[in-house]
Each structure stands twice: as structure tokens, then as C-alpha cells.
Design a binder for this molecule. Structure first.
Ligand code: NAG
Ligand code: NAG
Ligand code: NAG
Ligand code: NAG
Ligand code: NAG
Ligand code: NAG
Ligand code: NAG
Length: 580
């Protein structure tokens, strides 16, 4: 049993030894001899027989110790397979091989810690080694668009070691899988271009507060999905290409992105009403909306804006700037409470809610909505207070969804209401005082929906209701898991526990306060001396990764060079001290 393990370990050790010896003994001249022989045609001024003079070859730059720091062989119609020895050029800072016909596996570039830029786009590489981009701690630009012969590959989180990354371009490069949630590691990232791949899944949450300016994720084979809410916090955005994906949900408020000039949203499944703030974005030049499921009025942009809005959508009217019928507006607001589900966009078309819209019934004159029946639709979100604007509503069924938040007080003002069913959701808060004529059903489900117990609150079940209503006296947490009553003993135990935790907490707070008062002046002094900064950063890494939004903001004001980095790290510490 142990034998295979032992031999495996030995093999591992051996290969480790071998790889270290090759790295230490390899000399750049030998590597260049290999490289010259591998390329067809041989680059002008290069030799395949003698490489003593490699530092003077065209496109090669060395440092004073004859270590190669830069290779530029762009646009020379070169074909061939790069030798794996490329990975031994330990001082390499810049590698430009774009626009050739290089093929085969790209050699691993792992641990080339000086490498700042990699340009390998428009080639014919067939595979990317698994660890290729590991340990590239100086990397700022990775550009590898248009490598259409690559085996499908996924973006590796090894890239998170490249914390200075400003540009990552790999469009049309056979990437599949999800966009990893790693963008908190790239406080300087400005350009992310991953168009024309087969990316799926949602936008990573770590896009939030990033410094990304140009975001190109358009034309994915299967399509990225989910909502694009995170864009509203990406205030540096200037160009956003999301066309040809499967995004859903509403277009968020992008008014914080003052530099946004180009927003391509066409050919997705966006729903909802475009935020008015988008119409008035000062720098907007170019926007596409065609072929979505957008609702509400057709947006009206300034006359200098190029608008592609010719394709399908579910706008209520055809004319830009014309408002929808008030009842339609109310129903759209209600749909907005549920996050503008696609089902409602597809069912509620046109500008007359009484023209046979699904889920809706009207009075005999076909003018006024009297019933809204949206049970079992898998809707999340909240119950919109806008229901109160459907003043003739008699029946409202919202049962068996995944709704959260309160039952809006405004619903109690609906004078015609006779039936309200919200059972099997996850509502919270206190139940508004409904008239006794309302048959109210809140359970099963809604374990956190309470009566609130305030004087005159209408938490008590109405007489007409079925057995499945909230029992009086059931506080928000009155029921344990599985609906069992919590024993008084358990409650007493929890209370005693909470008191003890509270006392300990207060004591700790008190101690920390004393420490802070003593320590504060000392720390700040350390910083002025210039040392102690890095110590603080490493000691306090949790504070600093969290606060990176602030950090990158400060950095963007500086030039982004290395001295700028020190400044913002220091700046962040000032903030972290104040926060304690
Ligand atoms: C690219 O590589 C493929 C497969 O290795 C090969 O068939 C094709 O001829 C190459 N194309 C060019 C332009 O070199
Ligand atoms: C795209 O990726 C999915 C898996 O994520 C795969 O099933 C599908 O075949 C891929 N499509 C193409 C064209 O490669
Ligand atoms: C607007 O965007 C479309 C699609 O990206 C592009 O083809 C067109 O050139 C752009 N026009 C301007 C004026 O930027
Ligand atoms: C609902 O009614 C309120 C007050 O009556 C009004 O301010 C609001 O605009 C209405 N909302 C809709 C969607 O009609
Ligand atoms: C219900 O909503 C919660 C968030 O409020 C969400 O985490 C959960 O996944 C949803 N469940 C279903 C079945 O949609
Ligand atoms: C219901 O809401 C509570 C509190 O708002 C939350 O903790 C719980 O996860 C939710 N349950 C579901 C199934 O969404
Ligand atoms: C509520 O109704 C369900 C079936 O719809 C039943 O199993 C459950 O016992 C009822 N709960 C109460 C408290 O009556």
C-alpha cells in the first residue's frame, strides 16, 4: 500500500530538484538558441547556431547582467512552438508575441515575478498550462485576445497574485465556466475584456466598488445570466458591453458612473422600467436596448445619443417619452416589487391591463382591476405598497411565493378588499389592521410574521379566516423550528446567556477603549516616521481588504505608480485606526 505513495513522493522530489536545477543553471543564451530554432522564419538578425550576442538581437533587451528583460516579436508572421525554457527568463518584464501564428502549448510563465506585461493575442496557441499565470506578482497587463485554437479553459484564480493588474483581455479565446469572484484582488483593474467566449453564471459580487472602466463581456456562447445590479457601484465605468447574453432583471441606476458613454444592453432578457437617471447621464453617447423584455414607457434620450432601440421589447407604448396608463404604471410598480420577473414582462404587454392580461381580472366595464392572482409564481422580492393604488381591488392572492419584507400598511386602506392570501412566503413585520370583512390568510409559512402586539394593532385573526392564521400572541419569534412552542425554561436560559455575553462584551469594550487611548498617539507617530506602515498592513489585513474601496479611490487620485501605492496604504491605515 505504501509503495506507490513512496515512489510517487520520490518522483515528486526528483522532479522538484530537477526543475530547480534547470532554473538555476539555465542561461538566457541557451534559451535564446532554442527560441531562435523554434521560430519560422528565424526573426531578422537572430541566429540558430550562435546566441552569444542575444542581448543585441532585434526585439531583445537585457539588463546590465545580460539578463533578458524584454522580448518583442510582435507582428512578424512567426510560426512554431515556443520552447518551455521561456519560463527560465527570470528577469523578464515584457513579453510581446502578438499577431503571429505561434502554435502548440503556451509555455508556463509561472513565477516570473518581474513580468509586467504579456501580449500573446492573435496567435494559434492550442493550450494554456494549468499554472501558467501563477506567481506573476508584478503583472499589469495580460492581453491574449483572439486565440481561437485554444482548448477550452477556465480562468484561474492564480491571477489573484497579480494585484497590480490593470488590463486583462482574453476575448475570443475559448474560455468557459464562470467569471471567478476574485476582483477584490485587483484594486487597479481598469480594463476587463472577455467577450466572445463561453462564460456562464453571474457577474461576480467582487465587481462591486471596483475601478473597472471598460467592461466587455458581450457575445458569450451560452450567455452570462443573473442581474447586473452590481454595476451601480462601479462608478468608474465608461464603456459597458453586455450585449448577447442572458442577463435578467432591471437595468440598475447608473447615475454614479458619470463617465459612462457607451452602454450596450441589447439581446438579453432585461426587464423593468429603465431608470430615468439613465436618460440624463451627461456623457452618454451610445446605448443599445433592442431585443430585451424592457417595460414601461419608451425612454427618451438626448438628441446627441445614438440609440439602438429598434428590436423587440415590452414597452407599454411605441412612442418615446409617452407615459403608460396609470393602472399599467401601478401594475409595473407591483412587478418591480418582485424584481420585474420575466413572466410578468411577457404577460403584461401593451397599455391596457383589462385587455385580458394574465393574473389580472377587471370589473364588468373592463376598466378597473379587481383581482390580482399571483400565487405559486416563484416570485421573490416584496409586496409593493403600490397595490394600494388599485383602489377597486377585492381579491389579492400572493400565496406560495418567496416574498419577504412586510405586508404594506397601505393594503389596509383598500376598502373593497375581501380576500388577501399571503400564506407560504417569508414575510416579516407586523400585520396591518385589516377590516374584519377581509379574509386574511397568512399561514402556513411566514414564521416571522407577527402581530407586533401593540395596542390596537390588527394582529388578531379576522373572524372569517381559516384555521391557518397567525395565532394571537405569537411574537415574531414565537415559534421555534418546526412550529413547536419554545419552553419557558429554554427562554430563561437564552436570556441568562445573553446577559452574560453582554457583560463580557461591555468589559472588553471598556478595555479596548483604554488601550486605544494609550496606543493611538504612538501608532500615528510610527507612521510619520515612515516605518510601522507595512507592519500595520500585515497585522491588520482584514481591515484593509474590506476597506479597499476607499483604498482604490485614493489610489486613483494618485498616479498609480509605486510611490502612490505607499501613500494609499498609509492612507488606509489612517482610516483603519480611526475606525477602531
Ligand atoms: C492553427 O493550428 C491548427 C491546429 O494546430 C492548424 O490546423 C492551423 O493550420 C493553424 N493555423 C495557422 C494560421 O497557423
Ligand atoms: C459552453 O459551455 C458549456 C458548459 O459551461 C458546455 O456545455 C457547452 O458545450 C459549451 N459550448 C461550446 C460551444 O463550447
Ligand atoms: C455605438 O456602439 C456600436 C456598438 O458597439 C458601435 O458599432 C458604434 O460604432 C458606436 N457608435 C459610436 C458613435 O460610438
Ligand atoms: C399611487 O398613489 C399615490 C397617491 O395616491 C401616487 O402618488 C402615486 O403616484 C401612485 N402610483 C402609481 C404607480 O400610480
Ligand atoms: C427565496 O429568497 C431568498 C432571499 O430572500 C433566497 O436566498 C432564496 O434562494 C429564495 N428561494 C427560492 C426557492 O427562490
Ligand atoms: C426567511 O427570512 C428570514 C429572515 O428574514 C431568513 O433568515 C430566512 O433565511 C428566510 N428563509 C427563506 C427560506 O428564505
Ligand atoms: C395549516 O394548514 C395545513 C394544511 O394546509 C395543515 O397541515 C396545518 O396543520 C395547518 N396549521 C394550523 C396551525 O392549523
Amino acid at each position: 500500500m505504501a509503495d506507490p505513495l513512496l515512489s510517487f513522493s520520490l518522483l515528486l522530489l526528483l522532479s522538484l530538484l530537477l526543475s530547480t536545477t534547470t532554473t538555476t543553471t539555465a542561461d538566457d543564451a541557451a534559451t535564446f538558441l532554442k527560441l531562435a530554432s523554434a521560430l519560422t522564419p528565424t526573426p531578422k538578425g537572430w541566429s540558430t547556431t550562435n546566441s552569444n550576442d542575444y542581448c543585441n538581437w532585434n526585439g531583445v533587451k537585457c539588463d546590465n547582467s545580460n539578463n533578458v528583460i524584454s522580448i518583442n516579436l510582435a507582428t512578424q508572421s512567426l510560426s512554431g512552438i515556443l520552447p518551455s525554457e521561456l519560463s527560465t527568463l527570470s528577469q523578464l518584464q515584457s513579453l510581446s508575441l502578438q499577431e503571429n501564428k505561434l502554435s502548440g502549448a503556451l509555455p508556463s510563465l509561472a513565477n516570473l515575478a518581474s513580468l509586467r506585461e504579456i501580449y500573446i493575442g492573435t496567435n494559434n496557441f492550442t493550450s494554456i498550462p494549468q499554472d501558467c499565470f501563477k506567481g506573476l506578482t508584478s503583472l499589469q497587463t495580460l492581453s491574449m485576445n483572439d486565440n481561437i485554437n485554444l482548448e477550452s479553459w477556465v480562468i484561474s484564480t492564480d491571477l489573484t497574485e497579480s494585484s497590480s493588474l490593470t488590463t486583462f483581455e482574453a476575448s475570443n479565446a475559448k474560455i468557459f465556466g464562470t467569471i471567478p469572484d476574485m476582483f477584490a484582488s485587483f484594486p487597479s483593474l481598469q480594463n476587463l475584456r472577455l467577450s466572445y467566449n463561453n462564460l456562464t453564471g453571474g457577474l461576480p459580487p467582487s465587481f462591486a466598488n471596483s475601478e473597472i472602466q471598460n467592461l466587455w463581456l458581450n457575445n458569450q456562447e451560452m450567455g452570462l445570466s443573473g442581474n447586473i445590479e452590481v454595476l451601480s457601484s462601479m462608478v468608474q465605468l465608461s464603456q459597458v458591453w453586455l450585449q448577447k447574453n442572458q442577463f435578467t432583471g432591471p437595468v440598475p441606476d447608473l447615475s454614479m458612473s458619470k463617465n459612462l458613454f457607451d452602454l450596450q444592453l441589447r439581446d438579453n432578457q432585461f426587464t423593468g422600467i429603465l431608470p430615468v437617471s439613465l436618460h440624463s447621464l451627461p456623457g452618454l453617447l451610445n446605448i443599445s436596448l433592442s431585443n430585451n423584455k424592457l417595460q414601461g414607457p419608451v425612454p427618451q434620450f438626448g438628441k446627441d445619443v445614438i440609440v439602438d432601440n429598434s428590436g423587440l421589447n415590452n414597452f407599454c407604448v411605441d412612442t418615446a417619452g409617452v407615459a403608460c396608463d396609470p393602472q399599467v404604471t401601478t401594475l409595473l410598480e407591483i412587478a418591480g416589487g418582485f424584481g420585474y420577473p420575466v413572466t410578468l414582462s411577457d404577460s403584461w404587454k401593451g397599455n391596457d391591463a383589462c385587455s385580458g392580461w394574465p393574473f389580472v381580472l377587471c370589473d364588468s366595464s373592463k376598466k378597473t382591476v379587481t383581482t390580482v392572482s399571483l400565487g405559486k409564481q416563484h416570485f421573490g422580492g416584496i409586496i409593493s405598497p403600490a397595490f394600494a393604488n388599485l383602489t377597486a381591488l377585492t381579491t389579492l392572492k400572493l400565496n406560495d411565493n418567496n416574498l419577504s419584507g412586510p405586508i404594506p400598511d397601505s393594503l389596509a386602506k383598500l376598502s373593497q378588499l375581501s380576500l388577501l392570501d399571503v400564506s407560504n412566503n417569508n414575510l416579516t413585520g407586523k400585520i396591518p389592521s385589516f377590516a374584519t370583512s377581509v379574509k386574511l390568510t397568512t399561514t402556513p409559512g411566514n414564521p416571522f410574521l407577527g402581530s407586533g402586539g401593540g395596542p390596537g394593532s390588527g394582529g388578531a385573526p379576522s373572524p372569517g379566516s381559516d384555521s391557518n392564521t397567525t395565532a394571537p400572541g405569537d411574537g415574531p419569534n414565537g415559534k421555534g423550528i418546526g412550529g413547536k412552542k419554545v419552553s419557558p425554561g429554554l427562554i430563561a436560559g437564552i436570556v441568562v446567556g445573553l446577559v452574560i455575553v453582554g457583560v463580557i462584551g461591555l468589559f472588553l469594550l471598556f478595555k479596548i477603549n483604554i488601550k486605544k487611548k494609550r496606543g493611538k498617539s504612538g501608532r500615528v507617530k510610527d507612521q510619520e516616521n515612515g516605518d510601522g506602515i507595512s507592519a500595520l498592513v500585515t497585522n491588520d489585513s482584514s481591515c484593509c481588504t474590506k476597506g479597499y474601496g476607499v483604498l482604490s479611490e485614493i489610489q486613483s487620485q494618485s498616479s498609480g505608480n509605486h510611490s502612490g501605492r505607499n501613500i494609499f496604504e498609509g492612507g488606509n491605515n489612517v482610516i483603519s485606526i480611526e475606525a477602531f
